[in-house]
Design a protein around this ligand. Structure first.
Ligand code: GLU
Length: 368
């Protein structure tokens, strides 16, 4: 069965060419309405859905009357600032009839490469999805410069899938899958329907393509697939310019699937397990029991901390006899831990002067 049919959380990446008419620079509303139907149906099926959408620059440049061709950095930053508002509003408007709430998230590269920022972004996605919201994500093109940007939304979408713990990523593209060569120029090129592993041979097959408005070619899609697969997320490349593409995919439509080997939870735990501990938390017998029962670690069960760890660092969790119980990513730094150890979660705000996360180490961020 196609991974989409069993998915719990999906990310859909939509390129500028699908959203914005190349000639008029206007939004392709008819297509968008089909997508809205798709999104509503996915939510109806109980799936969380996140949208990674390009189009801010393509929309904004038209509004500002900028010429065709390559824009300067400042021009594209200005175009993105103007276009992003319209883009976000378009999603809000097409989903409103289905009573679906939307949110805008603009990310920069740092939000995925810096661990603390990564965890922060992840917490925001988790909170929005818990409120049943559909996050609409784009790169923050207005502040990104070439040296510090993703540059293409294929890789951004894979990072979002990883942060959000999605199990399926769908790239809506201008090709219907991954080919052994460039299907536009090579008559022998064949589509590969299922890819289990990204080999050097496969990487060599990914040429480089792209249109005036779209940044990513097959190369960035393969890079995206690598990130997704490592995060326990399967990725599909399919033709986006059809009515209700997700429905088509669910019905076994043509595409290429890059198959993940595990699930997002297992991939995340594996990632945590590879980190070096920067400190230690000592917990009492009650907390030790709670951890073994799969609970998060709350401040109340902590007797003390050792080491100069910072928020987001990996710490080792030990009992009072020095036996290691678990490892996990800590939500507070060492100085804060010393202040809130042994105290109730409800007291955190009063003790620290600001509210923090309820747990010291969340169970999703812990390996036993
Ligand atoms: N973030 C860019 C935009 O919204 C597009 C990047 C891409 O198409 O990959 O215009």
């Amino acid at each position: 069965m196609a991974p989409l049919n069993t998915a719990k959380r999906i990310v859909v990446k939509i390129g500028s060419a699908l959203l914005v008419d190349a000639e008029t620079g206007e939004l392709r509303l008819k297509w968008l309405k089909g997508l809205a139907k798709d999104i509503a149906a996915q939510k109806q099926a109980g799936r969380d859905i996140l949208v990674v959408s390009s189009g801010s620059i393509a929309l904004g440049r038209k509004v500002l009357g900028m010429p065709d061709g390559i824009l300067t950095l400042e021009q594209s930053q200005a175009a993105a600032a103007v276009g992003q508002i319209r883009l976000a509003r378009a999603y809000e408007e097409i989903l409103e009839p289905y009573n679906i709430k939307t949110a805008q998230i603009l990310l920069t590269l740092d939000d995925s490469t810096d661990r603390r920022r990564y965890l922060n972004s992840r917490a925001t996605f988790t909170a929005l999805l818990a409120c049943d919201v559909v996050p609409i994500v784009n790169e923050n093109d207005t502040v990104a410069t070439d040296e510090i940007r993703f540059g293409d939304n294929d890789r951004l979408a894979a990072q979002v899938a990883s942060m959000a713990g999605a199990d399926v990523l769908v790239l809506l593209s201008d090709v219907d899958g991954f080919y052994t060569g460039n299907p536009k120029t090579d008559a022998e090129a064949k589509r590969i329907d299922v890819i289990e592993n990204i080999t050097p041979e496969l990487e060599a097959m990914a040429g480089d393509a792209g249109t005036a408005n779209a940044k990513g070619g097959m190369k960035t899609k393969v890079m995206a697939a690598k990130t997704a697969m490592q995060s326990g997320c399967s990725m599909a490349i399919m033709l986006g310019d059809v009515d209700q593409p997700l429905l088509a995919l669910e019905n076994g439509g043509i595409c290429s699937w890059f198959m993940a080997h595990g699930d997002p939870q297992a991939a995340r735990k594996q990632w945590i397990a590879t980190m070096k501990p920067k400190g230690t938390l000592i917990v009492d017998a009650g907390a030790a029991k709670a951890l073994k029962a799969g609970k998060s670690l709350l401040p109340a069960g902590v007797v003390g901390g050792q080491g100069g760890f910072l928020r987001g660092d990996m710490v080792s969790i030990i009992d009072e006899n020095n036996a290691e119980l678990a490892k996990g990513l800590v939500n507070y730094d060492a100085a804060e831990v010393n202040k809130i150890s042994g105290r109730q979660t409800t007291e955190i705000k009063e003790i620290l002067g600001y509210p923090g996360r309820a747990s010291l180490v969340h169970r999703d961020d812990m390996v036993m």
